[in-house]
Write a protein that binds this ligand. Structure first.
Ligand code: PLP
Length: 401
């Protein structure tokens, strides 16, 4: 059952049976740790050229020419009227939440990166967790409906793994109850829904350009919206409320993206298709290498949509011979730092667990899904031979166990 082809690629070891695994005493498959979400880095030449021009101009922040170019590129790429770039995705979420006038309670999934909930809690808004659809991993609109109270002011949907949240159904719930609808699109840059690029759904959508995301500006984020007034408000909020040199006309904070980050974004723009191609190739290779294993499967992407394939999500069922945690432990022993995103769910993290000790009663699918997901390494730096080694470890455990 050895599924490795050595070719001319030097592998540290060949994995054919349980005795070859590091958990059973063999040396690890990789000398260096293999991370999920290693940064994708575009043209260094372009970045260094833009950085040089920036130094010559001595314009490092405050709505510089690189920032304006970058915002225009994001707006063109997503087909959204306004892109307001920010220092990171979490501040972008906080500013969007405030600009939409959210207060009291806001309904969010618990199965998301903690920033979605923290961005609310940080400004004194109570995140109320609604359950997900166990198939799509996205918010279940009926579960959202059940969590609405007189204090609810909005909903934040998350396009988890880059697969669109149920946009139309959530919009219907929001309209019916007079709620603001915002999307956390941190995973979904470059993805589409019903043929339309993600970015213009709800009243606004928030992107993250963190180093580990599909597309990065070192750190960074943006709010996208087609609403002129909302865009203007968020531009003011991002820059202390300044309108002109000495005139503050709005409450505000400092959410500005600096020029060097915009330069990174511009350098990475030309690289987007390369990253998507590499991610897609990796995804398909994993699919081939892992077919037919009992009780585990990769979550699918709709080929009719644009996807960035940034998250390779393996789901481990109860009838799989090996448990999710055993698999993760075995991969870590090989130096493959596969992740359990977003285990255990926001509601089971300390700040929210203390707030709502019984939230799990309303979140059965969140708990089940977060107990069975493994995120595998992908990206432009993952060599094909390394991918096959990772798959061989999983195969070995699933078959032998
Ligand atoms: C990464 C991420 C964020 C936060 O973005 P930062 O740029 O890291 O602040 C928010 N929501 C989700 C779903 C994310 O994955």
């Amino acid at each position: 059952m050895n599924s490795l082809e050595r070719g001319d690629v030097q592998l540290s070891k060949t994995i054919g049976c349980a005795a070859d695994l590091a958990i059973n005493g063999a040396p690890p498959a990789f000398a260096e740790p293999l991370h999920v979400g290693r940064p994708n880095i575009g043209s260094r030449e372009k970045f260094l050229k833009l950085a040089g021009e920036m130094f010559d101009r001595r314009w490092l922040s405050n709505n510089g020419p690189l920032l304006m170019q970058f915002e225009q590129r994001v707006a063109d790429y997503t087909g959204v009227k306004h892109c307001i770039a920010m220092c990171n995705g979490t501040i972008a979420l906080e500013i969007a939440i405030r600009a939409l006038g959210m207060t009291g309670e806001v309904i969010v999934p618990s199965y998301t990166f903690i920033a979605t909930a923290q961005a609310l809690a940080w400004q004194g808004i109570t995140p109320v967790f609604a359950d997900i659809d166990p198939v799509t991993h996205n918010l279940d609109p009926e579960a959202v409906r059940r969590m609405i109270t007189p204090r609810t002011s909005g909903i934040i949907g998350v396009h988890l793994w880059g697969r669109a949240a149920p946009v139309e159904a959530l919009q219907a719930v929001a309209d019916e109850h007079g709620l603001q609808l915002l999307f956390d699109a941190a995973h979904a840059f470059g993805c589409s829904h019903r043929g339309k690029m993600i970015g213009s759904f709800g009243r606004a959508e928030v992107l993250s350009f963190h180093a580990t995301k599909f597309f990065n500006t070192f750190e960074g984020g943006a709010v996208l919206t087609d609403d002129d007034d909302l865009a203007e408000t968020m531009r003011l909020m991002r820059n202390f409320g300044f309108s002109g040199l000495d005139n503050v006309i709005h409450p505000g904070t400092n959410g500005k993206m600096v020029e060097i980050c915009a330069a990174m974004g511009l350098a990475n723009f030309d690289y987007i298709d390369t990253v998507i191609d590499a991610n897609r190739r990796n995804y398909i290779a994993y699919q081939h290498a892992l077919t037919g294993l009992p009780g585990m499967r990769l979550i699918p992407f709709d080929d009719g949509e644009k996807n960035n394939y940034q998250y390779v999500i393996l789901e481990i069922d109860n009838d799989c011979p090996v448990s999710r945690d055993q698999l993760v432990a075995a991969l870590h022993a090989e130096n493959v730092l596969a992740r359990k995103y977003f285990w255990p769910g926001c509601h089971r993290m300390k700040p929210f667990r203390e707030l709502y000790p019984n939230a799990g009663l309303m979140l059965p699918h969140t708990e089940t899904v977060s107990d069975r997901v493994i995120v595998l390494p992908t990206g432009t730096t993952l060599a094909e031979a390394d991918l096959r080694t990772i798959a061989a470890v999983i195969r070995c455990l699933a078959v032998v166990a």
